[in-house]
Design a protein around this ligand. Structure first.
Ligand code: GDP
Ligand code: IMO
Ligand code: MG
Length: 432
């Protein structure tokens, strides 16, 4: 068991690095898991006991009995999705009623947010602007309302009068947008109000003050893990804007969306896939549109856990990774999917970009500039052996160890855990 009491786990690339499975590994020794941003755009896969679970809103620590799981104030919660997710969990986690806390300050994704998300994407496409390729889960429009101070929070769903007023105000504005801008059907107030009251009834047993809950847990000597969704390069401030999500996915986001002062975090874990993937639009310098990309997609089963979309694939990008190391203050790397690289005679890594004829080894955090970056690769020797049964670092073939060491040297960050398969036990733990 590691000595870290308060940890933050973030995605270091463009999402789907295997955050869910690493949280599940850590949750063995953790008491409280807190999701701190995003919404049901996330798809976090945990394979345990031969069963696959995909978490969208529930923290990935849910499978362990007795763990407190918190949906923090930084999230945008689709109550219907959450209800389905709880219903579909099989086997049903014990005492979920007392283990799950939904912050009363989390914002609610309403059906009009999802509709706005889709219509905005369609409009971008119609006018020839770049589409983002969102998940269609209403994330952007819900955060817009949050920051516009017109959003509906979880607490409002259990307060009939406040809900009625807020919903009226929102529909008044949104229905004008649907009718006048999008030439689309408005929402019926009575129907939506009734639905929203039902969501309130469903959420009521879980609602709580996540700030106090986390503080009380720490005072009681409990261990807390903050689980990030999406990833550094999808972060609203630090990602490849505008091809990003609408929340703060970097480690700093845990302070705000999870409610704990920055000085209290003991360790930041960056989850890094042994190669790169991206879903949706936006720059991706190492994307491989040929055989290698297709090989990684098939061997790594790179299809979205939320939308089923094929993920774009390519080699590991150390320029982008070093940026993620800095932005997050990363202390440790959890390196996933190393097994997917088995069988390749050569493994490439991007050590620098060529931009406008100049070599650059620093990530330019501007989508416009990254769009013109050409990767400059170094080649490392691959290995043939199936590594999925390896459990100790010394069990790995020399070339696989060299690949790990190369990543450590290039980033100056220690690799503490290596994923060699999707299952809970399929890990090489070095000192995690
Ligand atoms: P997340 O969004 O970061 O939690 O990642 P996803 O769950 O969307 O995608 C990661 C995928 O890789 C899932 O299908 C996992 O089961 C799988 N996975 C995670 N770690 C490993 C690993 O070390 N090896 C292999 N082969 N698959 C892994
Ligand atoms: P996890 O937590 C990968 C991408 C979408 C799109 C952009 C904006 O499973 O790693 P949004 O619906 O958030 O407005 O879409 O962000 N995206 C993800 N890509 N993994 C995710 O989550 C993602 N969540 C959003 O594809 O490009
Ligand atoms: Mg995912």
């Amino acid at each position: 068991m590691s000595s870290y009491r308060v940890q933050v786990l973030v995605g270091a690339q463009w999402g789907d690095e295997g955050k869910g499975r690493v949280v599940d590994v850590l949750a063995r020794d953790i008491d409280v898991v807190v999701r701190f941003q995003g919404g049901a755009n996330a798809g976090h896969t945990v394979v345990a006991g031969g069963r696959k679970h995909v978490f969208h809103l529930l923290p990935s620590g849910m499978l362990y009995p007795n763990r407190i799981c918190i949906i923090g104030n930084g999230l945008v919660v689709d109550p219907e999705q959450l209800s389905n997710e709880i219903d579909e969990l099989d086997p049903k986690p014990e005492s979920i009623g007392t283990r799950l806390v939904v912050s009363y300050g989390a914002h609610i994704v309403m059906p009009y947010h999802k509709k706005l998300d889709l219509l905005a994407e369609r409009a971008r496409s119609d006018r020839g602007s770049s589409v983002i390729g969102t998940t269609g889960r209403g994330i952007g429009p819900c955060y817009v309302d949050k920051y516009n101070r017109s959003g509906i929070r979880a607490e409002d769903l259990v307060s009939r009068d406040i809900l009625e007023k807020k919903l009226r105000d929102n529909l008044d504005e949104k229905n004008k947008i649907f009718e006048k801008i999008y030439d689309s059907e408005p929402f019926d107030f009575d129907e939506l109000f009734k639905q929203a009251l039902g969501w309130g009834e469903f959420l009521a047993p879980y609602l709580g003050d996540s700030t106090l809950e986390i503080d009380a847990s720490l005072s009681a000597g409990k261990r807390v893990l903050f689980e990030g969704a999406q990833a550094t390069l999808l972060d609203i401030d630090h990602g490849t804007y505008p091809f990003v999500t609408s929340s703060s996915c970097v480690s700093g986001g845990a302070s705000i969306g999870g409610a704990l002062g920055p000085g209290r975090f003991d360790r930041v874990i960056g989850v890094v896939k042994a190669y790169c993937t991206r879903v949706g639009e936006g720059p991706f310098p190492t994307e491989d549109l040929g055989e290698t990309g297709e090989h990684l997609r098939q061997k790594g089963a790179e299809f979205g856990a939320t939308t089923g979309r094929p993920r774009r694939c390519g080699w590991l990008d150390l320029v982008a990774l070093n940026y993620a190391v800095k932005v997050n203050g990363m202390d440790t790397i959890a390196l996933t999917k190393l097994d997917v690289l088995s069988g390749l005679s050569e493994i490439k890594v991007c050590a620098a970009y060529e931009i406008d004829g100049q070599k650059r080894s620093v990530f330019p955090s501007s989508a416009a500039i990254i769009g013109g970056a050409r990767p400059i690769y170094s080649g490392l020797k691959g290995w043939d052996a199936d590594i999925s049964a390896c459990r100790k670092f010394g069990d790995l073939p020399t070339e696989a160890r060299e690949y790990v060491r190369f990543i450590e040297e290039s980033t100056s960050v220690r690799v503490g855990l290596i994923g060699v398969g999707p299952g809970r036990e399929d890990t090489v733990s070095i000192d995690f």
